[in-house]
Design a protein around this ligand. Structure first.
Ligand code: 6R9
Length: 654
């Protein structure tokens, strides 16, 4: 077992020698960095500590607010000169200019200095009961070894490193190692295809890719290295692929491949952190856009880190000693901000979840909560909806008394799921926090309870803007809707430190997408309702991005594929109960509608009325099944084990 091997050696092998070296290194940090900042438990400015008072202060005195937080919560090598320098019409977003810092020092060294043996990561591996814990000291050592290895392999400040790895300590250490040496990371979700990976590698011109031989999820082994091999065939920029061994199965290695653990163990456990400017790039993360090509959103050092840390602390009421359980994969922004950067910057303990909500059974989440003592559970509505269908027993079997807060992210949480989460999972005891935000926003922007423990929470509503966030709803004409109790395009009217700075290689697209639709505002692409009380509820995307089980999919991207593979538009129609209509009349009407509202060429070639659509238990439409229908390959429908009702397929093909 390579993984436990290197872990053991990092524990035992580090011994006194390492500690002395590490200690010397920290003494140096104490000199170089302002590590004095102990985190106060509550924000209070000029005597104001209630939410609405503080919110007003944070938007009216934005510079004072963020300036104070930045100097208090981050360790700087040298202080910043200006708090912000932003201009929406130019798409210029700059925070804390002149400031110098290192993100990995903020996430690791300063905590190693005060509490080296505190657990930083709990790696909740696929098999329940096999979790592995990493202290801050161990994670720093791992990060330093990796940082040194990357440097030895020629990775320099500003170079982009693509990670294609599941959530695991080596992935976190790789992210932080990039931050340590000034490289930029680009994590690609390890479920994406070779083509999607190749696109992202090419767009970033990465020379280095880090992966694992195989992933393990839901009891299944996935050949990740093989996908990387396929992808890099079409990526001339790639010079080396670092391969970690998640399983004991060997993989074919080429000249380009570097055995990660073996090479890492040759490296020193001390790696000098590079001095970075606040506005140097920290990472790129790709997300679907409303036109074909995914957008590589760019996040920078200080503003992103501060915003992730402060939102993590206040939205979830995270306190020292809590165990933060973010279920999201590190391949999504949620995994970046609340699996890695927010909790680690706060010196917290964070869980990296490798499995699925239903492996080995639908009690997995709650068994994990009990075993690891999770205090804040942060999951997606799609998983909650899936689990509620299995019944309450799977939850009630386990002791959830450690839970304090239940978070939700990714898509609107419907009332039924909200109530179940609150009543059954939280036993009516824990607030349910619906958090609205995006890859572009870097961190949570709207959530019910930034800090005030007694604030009212309304089911299914994200409710209150976070500090420094000033939302606005605009109508189709671009007019601001001043009255409450209205619905419009959700925009944000002033800059905040966590927002993305640009789209990699395409600043013009950044301006056109986010700042031109409503001049003077950042446009989120979502629609929202604002209640009489001024609480926000997200209604969904306004552009042609669809949200499938919490993941953004550009319909243009889908169309690209559909058009070049089957070259026609095929529409399945499910009629409302009781509606009777002649199929040819309906088909005629639908074709006219599409021609009128989109274009003539988009008019469907085929229209089929069906009883219902094949869906997974989480409500996700099984498009591959539909595709087989279209291709007339109904004897080859593939694995239907996740189908919620196999009858549906029979209805499809009567
Ligand atoms: C963090 C994340 C962003 C899009 C966003 C919106 C939807 C996210 C939501 C929500 C309703 C919530 N979304 N949280 N909709 N309520 N609490 O998911 O980032 O992957 O970039 O997706 O997800 O449509 O615009 P990302």
């Amino acid at each position: 077992m390579m993984w436990s091997l290197w872990r053991c050696s990092s524990m035992t092998g580090s011994s006194a020698f390492t500690n002395v070296r590490v200690f010397k290194c920290f003494r140096q940090f104490v000199k170089n960095y302002n590590i004095s900042a102990r985190m106060p438990e509550a924000i209070a400015f000029q005597g104001v500590s209630d939410h609405s008072g503080l919110h007003k202060f944070s938007v009216n005195e934005s510079e004072t607010f963020w300036g104070a937080l930045a100097s208090q919560r981050l360790s700087w090598i040298s202080p910043f000169n200006t708090v912000q320098n932003c201009n929406f019409s130019q798409g210029k977003i700059k925070w804390f200019e002149g400031g110098k810092l290192n993100v990995s020092v903020n996430c690791l060294d300063r905590h190693v200095h005060t509490c080296p043996e505190r657990v930083a990561l709990i790696w909740e591996r696929d098999e329940p009961g096999t979790e592995v814990k990493f202290t801050y000291r161990e994670l720093l050592e791992l990060t330093c070894r990796l940082g040194n290895l990357l440097k030895r392999l020629g990775v320099r400040r500003g170079d982009c490193v693509t990670l294609y790895m599941p959530s695991c300590p080596l992935a976190v250490a790789s992210m932080l190692a990039c931050a340590r040496i000034g490289a930029v990371h680009n994590v690609v979700f390890a479920g994406f295809s070779a083509e999607a990976l190749a696109d992202r590698i090419r767009d970033t011109q990465s020379s280095t890719v880090i992966t694992v031989n195989q992933g393990v999820r839901g009891g299944k082994v996935i050949d990740l290295k093989r996908t990387v091999d396929q992808a890099v065939q079409n990526c001339p920029s790639v010079q080396q692929v670092l391969v970690a061994m998640r399983t004991e199965n060997s993989v074919a290695m080429t000249d380009r491949d570097v055995p990660l653990e073996e090479e890492m163990m040759k490296e020193d456990v001390v790696c000098e952190p590079v001095t970075m400017d606040s506005e140097d790039v920290l990472f790129l993360l790709y997300t679907s856009g409303s036109t074909g090509k995914p957008k590589g959103l760019v996040h920078t050092q200080a503003g992103y880190l501060l915003y992730a840390a402060v939102t993590h602390r206040y939205v979830f009421s995270y306190q020292d000693g809590d165990v933060f359980g973010c279920m999201a994969d590190i391949g999504w922004i949620t995994g970046h901000s609340y699996g890695v950067y927010g909790p680690l910057c706060n010196g917290g303990t964070t869980v990296l979840f490798e499995s699925t909500p239903v492996y080995p059974d639908p009690g997995r989440y709650w068994e994990t909560v009990q075993r690891l003592g999770i205090s804040q559970f942060y999951g997606a509505p799609t998983a909650i909806r899936l689990l509620l269908k299995y019944g309450d027993e799977w939850v009630q079997k386990y002791d959830r008394s450690c839970l304090k807060t239940l978070g939700s992210v990714g898509e609107p949480i419907n009332r039924e799921a909200w109530e179940w989460y609150h009543r059954v999972v939280g036993g009516g005891r824990c607030p349910v926090i619906d958090t609205w935000w995006q890859t572009e926003t870097g961190g949570i922007c709207i959530a019910p309870r930034p800090s005030d423990p007694d604030a009212e929470i309304i089911p299914g509503m994200a409710m209150r803007p976070f500090y420094g966030i000033k939302p606005a709803l605009l109508d189709a004409k671009g007019e601001v809707l001043h009255a409450h109790d209205s619905t419009g395009a959700l925009c944000i009217s002033m800059a905040w430190p966590g927002m993305a700075r640009t789209i990699h290689n395409d600043h013009q697209r950044f301006i056109e997408t986010y700042f031109q639709p409503y001049p003077g505002y950042f446009f989120t692409g979502d629609g929202a309702y604002c209640s009489k009380e001024g609480y926000y509820q997200i209604v969904g995307r306004l552009d042609d991005v669809i949200n499938v089980s919490g993941h953004r999919l550009g319909t243009a991207e889908l169309e690209d594929v559909v058009v070049c593979t089957i070259k026609c538009v095929y529409v399945f129609v499910v009629l409302k109960k009781g509606v009777e209509v002649q199929e040819d009349v309906l088909a005629q009407q639908l074709r006219e509608m599409v021609s009128r509202n989109i274009a003539k060429y988009a008019s469907p070639d085929y229209i089929q009325v069906v009883g219902r659509l094949p869906k997974t238990r989480s409500g996700k439409i099984m498009r591959r099944v539909l595709r087989k229908v279209v291709e007339r390959k109904t004897d080859d429908l593939g694995d239907l084990s996740t189908l919620d009702d196999s009858e549906a397929t029979i209805i499809l093909f009567p």
